[in-house]
Design a protein around this ligand. Structure first.
Ligand SMILES: [Zn+2]
Length: 86
């Protein structure tokens, strides 16, 4: 029988932290840079850039790199919450 409130191994707490980490990761995600003068807008922004010298769809504002780091951290925390794999 499992006690949902507090397992001796702290599993109940771990299950409760998962959604919080997901929420934190959601808040940490960055949007691509947008400027009213779309020449400066990041090519990966949904509205795109007017700068034809930039490669279409390729982020140059750092958001992709930042979000990849956020995702990597989220996955590491999620794995840690699951505990050591047996
Ligand atoms: Zn970008």
């Amino acid at each position: 029988m499992t006690d949902k409130v507090a397992g001796p191994d702290g599993s109940a707490l771990s299950e409760g932290l998962g959604p919080l980490v997901d929420e934190l990761a959601k808040l940490a995600r960055q949007q691509h840079y947008y400027c009213e003068d779309s020449w400066y807008t990041c090519p990966a922004h949904p509205e795109g850039t007017a700068n034809e010298f930039k490669e279409r769809g390729v982020c140059d504002c750092g958001a992709d790199k930042h979000n990849a780091a956020v995702e990597a951290l989220r996955e590491r925390i999620a794995a840690a919450l699951k505990g050591p794999s047996v």
